[in-house]
Design a protein around this ligand. Structure first.
Ligand code: UDP
Ligand code: MG
Length: 336
């Protein structure tokens, strides 16, 4: 590992062969303007096209470009995690491969880092070329997350950000499986600030975040950073039981003071089905959290690396690099 690397760019990609040549050229210019040595850590997240070969070719010619290839597609958040595990810079900048996070904006992030901020989030002021649906759903989601979550996750902030090496170490010590990095970065603390930018369109290729993956990420955010659904289940349960008790009292009074008792077949069915619906809902919510416990308990490594260029000591399998073994451990084992 190069002890003098000042800046690391961490860039995950999956099937981005159209945009990677553009990106690497832009990065050349960007790195030439920096005030220190820089490296680019590319993470191939199981591409099936020519992307990895393109980057590998560049990496063989130019030592600043590095690549690790994951053994399959593990998803964007895990790919970024793998990159953070290998980045050796004093400041690490995470960005997308499609040039929606313009390298030039990174100069502004760096300026803030030099003022002493340890996490600089890039916040989207405008989103060009995104569908109405994506803008609206994103807006709604960020609002909801801010309300529900127990940590302050800044709005309209994706994964484009600069983090200090200390923060990278903090993230490496967080072994959770269902990774929602923007929440994790908010959670670790340190001195944080925002820099605004206008998010341009993707420069080539198409989005790798279809609705299904977006929903999954959204759900990870809510479940990992809030216990609101559980609390909601509790309140809902309490409310319904209270309702049922009141209704019971009402029936009881009918039995005592009137003779119109046994015509209530319909209401019995209604109450019964309402209660079983409530039961299902609440066990579903609990199930979601239990599912999380199950994946955490399995203690699988987050990813495997099949190949790398330009990086030494890559974490391929859990036991290969002792000082980073904590990446794969629970906090309990780390003390035991
Ligand atoms: N990506 C990845 N693995 C995946 C999906 C996406 O590494 O499973 C990368 C993708 O190549 C890009 C970044 O994550 O560099 C952001 O994806 P994309 O631009 O498709 O998302 P969007 O900007 O549409 O939300
Ligand atoms: Mg994009």
């Amino acid at each position: 590992m190069n002890a003098t690397t000042k800046y690391s760019l961490v860039i995950p990609f999956m099937n981005e062969e159209e945009v990677l040549p553009l990106l690497m050229d832009r990065l050349d210019g960007f790195m030439a303007d920096l005030d220190g040595a820089a490296e680019v850590v590319f993470i191939d997240d199981g591409s099936r096209d020519n992307s990895a070969a393109l980057v590998a070719e560049r990496a063989r010619q130019d030592g600043r470009f590095k690549i690790i290839r994951l053994s399959r597609n593990f998803g964007h958040q895990i790919a970024v995690t793998a990159g953070l595990n290998e980045a050796s810079g004093d400041a690490v900048i995470i960005m997308d491969a499609d040039l929606q996070d313009p390298p030039e904006v990174a100069h502004d992030l760096i300026a803030k880092w030099q003022e002493g901020y340890e996490i600089v989030h890039a916040q989207r002021r405008r989103r060009d070329g995104e569908t109405m649906f994506k803008k609206m759903s994103a807006n709604l989601y960020y609002r909801m997350l801010a309300k529900l979550s127990s940590v302050d996750i800044p709005r309209d902030v994706g994964d484009f950000r600069l983090v200090d090496a200390r923060v990278v170490r903090a993230i490496r010590a967080m072994p959770e499986r269902d990774r929602f990095l923007r929440g994790m970065f908010a959670w670790v603390g340190f001195r944080q600030c925002l820099v605004q930018f206008d998010r341009p369109e993707r420069q080539a290729g198409e989005t790798k975040y279809p609705l299904k993956k977006m929903l999954r990420l959204a759900m990870d955010g809510v479940i990992s950073f809030s216990d609101a659904p559980l609390r909601m289940a509790l309140w809902l349960g309490a409310l319904v039981s209270l309702g049922a008790m009141l209704y019971g009292a009402y029936i009881f009074s009918l039995a005592l003071f009137t003779d119109r008792l046994v015509d209530g077949w319909a209401s019995t069915i209604v109450i019964l089905s309402f209660l079983s619906g409530m039961n299902l809902l609440i066990s579903g919510v609990i199930g979601l959290f239990v599912g999380r416990i199950y994946t955490e308990a399995k203690q699988r490594p987050l990813y495997f690396v099949s190949e790398s260029i330009g990086l030494t000591d890559v974490v391929r399998l859990p036991d290969q690099r002792p000082e980073t073994r904590h990446v794969f451990r629970t906090p309990y084992q780390a003390h035991g």
